[in-house]
Design a protein around this ligand. Structure first.
Ligand SMILES: C[S@@+](CC[C@H](N)C(=O)[O-])C[C@H]1O[C@@H](n2cnc3c(N)ncnc32)[C@H](O)[C@@H]1O
Length: 197
């Protein structure tokens, strides 16, 4: 059997294919900083690109900061903004973003009661769509195996499924024979149809 990819490996493959040095990206759930570091390695040079990374937990921001300091040269680190803030309050400078990533749920190794919430995640994803560049992408990993995750996955999947087909290409990569598995949703704006009339 050939190699199979879990939701996270698949997400990283798609991100890597999509990203170029100099792009502007957002990690909406920094956690332990693995995804922020992955994104930084794709888009940052000492003179271009920007990574914005958010988490509501001090432990997560600290863990991410230490990872970045250990792994990246200083001029590249300086192109990353780490914010101890909820992703439903993005600042105005977040516009023309090439990729938003959400790895929802709780901090691995942290308090499992502190988790992303359905309504906040939905509000944030809606806001993120309005801040995407025309060629941008939104990537959301959902985890329906824990109690908050069930409601959150359901709400987000319903919302993304309702987006107009003329405006967005929405994909859901999920193992059909394991319903509670984590899965990956991607959303890309479609170019407007130009009429020659
Ligand atoms: C599964 S972890 C993220 C893993 C991370 N991307 C990594 O590479 O290690 C989910 C994170 O979302 C954070 N979180 C929960 N609610 C949030 C919110 N409203 N805004 C931003 N982050 C939030 C949690 O604190 C937790 O650290």
């Amino acid at each position: 059997m050939g190699k199979t990819f879990n939701h996270l490996e698949l997400a990283h493959l798609l991100w890597k294919e999509h990203l170029r040095p100099g792009m502007r990206v957002v990690d909406a759930t920094a956690g332990n900083g693995h995804d922020t570091l992955f994104l930084a390695n794709q888009v940052l040079t000492p003179h271009s690109g920007w990574v914005y990374s958010f988490d509501i937990q001090e432990d997560a921001i600290l863990s991410t900061k230490i990872r970045l300091e250990n792994e990246l040269p200083k001029p590249v680190q300086d192109r990353i903004t780490l914010s101890l803030a909820s992703h439903d309050h993005f600042p105005p400078e977040l516009h023309s973003i090439d990729l938003f990533v959400y790895n929802l749920g709780y901090l691995p190794g942290g308090d499992k009661m502190i988790t992303t919430l359905a309504e906040t995640s939905l509000a944030s994803c809606k806001d993120a769509l309005s801040r995407l560049s025309p060629q941008g992408m939104l990537s959301v990993m959902v985890y329906p195996a824990h109690s908050q995750g069930v409601a959150e996955s359901k709400l987000l999947i319903e919302y993304f499924a309702s987006l107009p087909t003329t405006k967005y290409l929405v994909m859901h990569h999920a193992p059909l024979n394991r319903p509670l598995s984590p899965s990956l949703i991607t959303v890309r704006p479609k170019p407007p149809i130009v009429s020659n009339d």
